[in-house]
Design a binder for this molecule. Structure first.
Ligand SMILES: [Zn+2]
Length: 301
């Protein structure tokens, strides 16, 4: 048993810890979000069901976003729906920065049970996962139906259907009341060793995957949000009988938005002077509403 440890310091909060189990062709991540999650949720005044929904989406976005290795790559998780209380959920991840929001009908949401199902929340909809890779100017998008008990199950289905990569995801949330702590585990089987290779037949019954999935599947939501259990201890607890586990350097996480005045100036520069005049308020100012930040930004023009 070789465990390449790192000096993670205290806490392991707002951090993703990637790992691989080479003999099993498996790779994974564990993540914890605390203050970063609080900052994102605090920008919005969401009821408990939406706090849980957005918290789960942020964990998923982080774990999938860190599968992209190159700087500047972005992962966007987006649910578009109709006939439910929520019609849009957007989260994205780029270089350790995370943001997200939910657009909803407050009255319809108030009519739902305290723990609504995905169908209650969204009605009919789909989940789109988009990978933006600026180095090659490429964008990949996979779409999957919103079928399953949770967004985590929908993301597992995305990997199975769109990428033919067997994937197991576990989520733990402690975001009730004033609390704001969440943990997640993602593990995948890459039998060809290389990422991105075409896999026409997902082997959900591969013995290595069955073994790894059985171990990872024993992780409980309570353990994922146990502050006394650091991220590397979670990996150790699950896989200590494996010959070798490789821990990669952790990635720190913060809340980040691109809604600077410079960004909006560049967006607005594409509009004609007449269009801009129509956007001005009585005092001649133009303000742009950032849904991620839930606030208006005056743009000096
Ligand atoms: Zn913003």
């Amino acid at each position: 048993m070789t465990l390449f440890t790192h000096d993670s310091g205290a806490g392991n909060v707002d951090e993703v810890l990637p790992f691989t189990i080479p003999a099993r062709d498996a790779r994974g991540r564990v993540v914890r979000l605390g203050a970063t999650m609080h900052t994102i949720l605090a920008a919005h005044d969401y009821p408990p069901a939406l706090r849980r929904l957005l918290a789960e989406a942020l964990l998923l976005t982080t774990m999938m976003g860190t599968l992209l290795k190159d700087e500047g790559c972005q992962l966007t998780l987006q649910v578009q729906a109709q006939n439910g209380a929520v019609d849009l959920l957007v989260c994205d991840y780029r270089d350790g920065e995370l943001r997200g929001y939910v657009r909803h009908d407050a009255l319809r949401l108030a009519d739902l049970e305290p723990h609504p199902t995905l169908i209650d929340l969204f009605g009919d909809g789909y989940l789109a996962i988009t990978f933006d890779l600026p180095a090659t100017a490429k964008r990949y998008q996979g779409i999957v139906a919103l079928e399953g008990a949770s967004l985590a199950r929908v993301c597992e289905a995305y990997f199975a259907q769109s990428e033919q990569v067997p994937t197991l995801i576990r989520i733990g949330l402690d975001v009730e009341g004033g609390r704001c702590f969440a943990g997640g585990l993602l593990i995948q089987h890459l039998p060809d060793g290389e990422e991105g290779r075409e896999r026409l037949h997902a082997r959900l019954d591969h013995p290595h995957w069955e073994h790894v999935a059985a171990l990872a599947g024993s992780m409980t939501a309570a353990e994922l949000v146990d502050p006394a259990l650091p991220l590397d201890d979670i990996i150790w607890r699950l896989f200590h009988e494996e010959d070798e586990i490789r821990l990669m350097p952790p990635t720190g996480l913060t809340r980040g938005c691109r809604c600077s005045a410079d960004y909006y100036r560049s967006v607005l520069s594409r509009f004609s002077a007449e269009d801009l005049d129509e956007m001005r308020d009585e005092d001649g100012r133009i303000s742009v509403d950032c849904a991620f930040c839930s606030r208006l930004f005056p743009v000096p023009l």
